[in-house]
Design a protein around this ligand. Structure first.
Ligand code: PGA
Length: 253
């Protein structure tokens, strides 16, 4: 199985011209023999143009389009939000759900995350569900288990089977003070904890797990060489084409 590399551009780049430049550089490294699955999640303002760019060149073979968020309803009743059916019409296939910046910086509760996850599944999108504890102090494993259970509450086994899970410890995300990456062993242990929490209700033996949090060209290999880790979710490094291409190279086996 190819490894999966997800680029989470967050609120970058500043212009469409820069987005094009990043994608041209990525197209170049795909032509240089990168063999990994790639998902690019641009900000909403660039989704339509990025969809067109991903339909050209080597990107057309190797890259899919993702969104960074979704409204928790399909009807047009939430000012400023973007619905699942709108994303699908633009060619979006994947969507990030419950990213820690939305949970902790914008106050998204587990219930909201759960409603967004349902909206993604209704629209036929592949949810990349982000889970992770805030710190490694105290009862962090209980926190992770509770978040996992609440995020997937009420879903069917078939629906859970359609999700990818990104383990992203909040303290490891590069936008947080003193962020540092988890160790591969630590990440694998947390993934197994998430798996056990879900296994009481669902069959997660085939669920794909990604690691995210300060992934760089220097540390990507040690995460990606673990068989339990199917890919990486990359924030900061994903808008720096040179760094990102090196991560894609590392993901190529
Ligand atoms: P980072 O972000 O790679 O900049 O730590 C990862 C993420 O927020 O998904």
């Amino acid at each position: 199985m190819k490894k999966l590399v997800v680029a989470n551009w967050k609120m970058l780049p500043a212009s469409l011209a820069e987005a094009r430049e990043i994608l041209e550089r990525i197209d170049g490294c795909l032509r240089d023999g990168v063999d990994a699955d790639l998902v690019v999640c641009p900000p909403f303002v660039f989704v339509e143009e990025v969809a067109q760019m991903l339909a050209e060149g080597a990107l057309a073979e190797g890259a899919s389009l993702g969104a960074q968020d979704i409204a928790d309803r399909d009807e047009g009743a939430l000012t400023g939000e973007v619905s699942g059916p709108q994303l699908v019409k633009l060619g979006v296939r994947f969507v990030l759900i419950g990213h820690s910046e939305r949970r902790w910086k914008l106050g998204e509760s587990d219930d909201v995350v759960n409603a967004k996850l349902r909206a993604a599944l209704r629209a036929g999108l592949v949810p990349i569900v982000c889970l992770g504890e805030r710190t490694r102090d105290g009862a962090w494993q209980e926190e992770l288990a509770a978040q996992t259970a609440a995020t997937f509450r009420g879903l069917t086994a078939g629906q859970v089977g359609q999700c990818l899970i990104a383990y992203e410890p909040v303290w490891a995300i590069s936008t947080n003070p003193d962020a540092k990456p988890d160790t591969p062993a630590g990440a694998v242990q947390s993934m197994s904890h998430i798996r056990q929490t879900l296994a009481d209700h669902f069959d997660v033996s085939h669920t794909t797990f990604l690691y995210g949090g300060s992934v760089t060209p220097a540390n990507a290999k040690e995460f990606l060489e673990r068989p339990e880790i199917s890919g990486v979710l990359v924030g900061g490094a994903s808008v720096h084409p040179e760094e990102f291409c090196r991560i894609l190279m590392v993901a190529t086996r």
